[in-house]
Design a protein around this ligand. Structure first.
Ligand SMILES: [Zn+2]
Length: 306
């Protein structure tokens, strides 16, 4: 296989937006970085501007997105931008951020991919390093119902299967045969929630940047016109209704299996916390941020033992 070199971006580029969970508005700016730098976040709104490397050992929370932190300074919801960097082949970048959370934009990786393309990609002078496995590794949790495994392969291949056991979102699969396909097949795929989760999140003030344009909303129970009217008010929309495929009418699906593809996007983003490209075939059943980051730790542990 041809030698591959590390890459950065040609010039700084910014993405503005709102954090989904915090509701804060702010700007993130990608800066070129030297070989071996990796991906790091810098909180430019804090005194001393702390820098947090996007590494698995800095993960501090996985409850609603993947959060990294050092000494009390955190960056929330890093998975979609990390997936975009991996998918676009960017190894080294410094990301300045003036708030707690990465902008959610439309809930996908698309806007980050576009920003990277706008900046341009610069090949550097040091070869890429890879994480490989020499046998199958499995992480399984019967209680939570997930199973992730990796087997040796020459490329990075990811398969995802989800099963929410409801008529509106039953079994779905997604496949990524090569990171070359990430941009077209995976990066536009948006996050999703179930209506009952959304109401809980809204009532408990856990979702503030949501305006019905940054998540697919699945409706898995009967819902009254009263409730829909209330949602319309909350989201500042004239009218909210449930479409035939069981989703709210806030948006159109990009792919019939967009939820499974989004879960694959999250797997790519979370596993990038290993800090190096993976060569291996990952199969994930019911993945999530906890499962993905624990799986990354297992891969890292195995690598250390090798
Ligand atoms: Zn996600």
């Amino acid at each position: 296989m041809a030698v591959e070199y590390q890459c950065t971006i040609k010039k700084p580029v910014s993405v503005e937006g709102m954090g989904l969970h915090t509701g804060q508005k702010g700007t993130m700016t990608f800066h070129p970085a030297a070989e071996g730098h990796g991906v790091k976040f810098r909180r430019i709104d804090k005194q001393d501007q702390p820098v947090i490397p996007a590494n698995i050992e800095h993960v501090v929370d996985t409850s609603r997105g993947t959060t990294i932190g050092i000494n009390g300074t955190r960056v929330y919801t890093i998975e979609h931008v990390l997936a975009a960097l991996t998918g676009m082949g960017i190894d080294n970048v410094l990301i300045d951020l003036d708030m707690d959370e990465i902008p959610i934009r439309d809930g996908s990786s698309r806007y980050f991919v576009e920003a990277i393309e706008h900046a341009g990609i610069e090949q550097q002078n040091v070869e890429r390093e890879y994480i490989t496995v020499d046998k199958e590794l499995v992480l399984e949790n019967a209680e939570k119902g997930f199973r992730l495994c990796i087997v040796p392969a020459d490329d990075f291949v990811v398969d995802v299967k989800i099963d929410y056991g409801t008529s509106v979102l039953n079994v779905q699969e997604a496949h990524l045969g090569s990171l070359d396909d990430f941009k077209t097949e995976i990066s536009p795929c948006r996050t999703f929630v179930f209506l009952h989760e959304l109401e809980f999140l809204l009532q408990n003030n856990l979702i503030k940047g949501g305006d019905l344009s940054n998540a697919i909303v699945f409706v898995n129970r009967k819902v009254s016109q009263d409730e829909l009217d209330r949602l319309a008010t909350l989201f500042n929309k004239p009218k909210v209704k449930v479409k035939d495929e069981g989703i709210l009418n806030n948006l159109e699906l990009h792919f019939w299996n967009e939820p499974a593809r989004h879960k694959l996007l999250d797997v790519v983003g979370d596993l990038s916390l290993l800090g190096k490209r993976i060569k291996g075939h990952v199969s994930a059943f019911k993945p999530g941020h906890y499962a993905n980051t624990e799986f990354a730790k297992l891969i890292l542990q195995h690598k250390k033992l090798k």
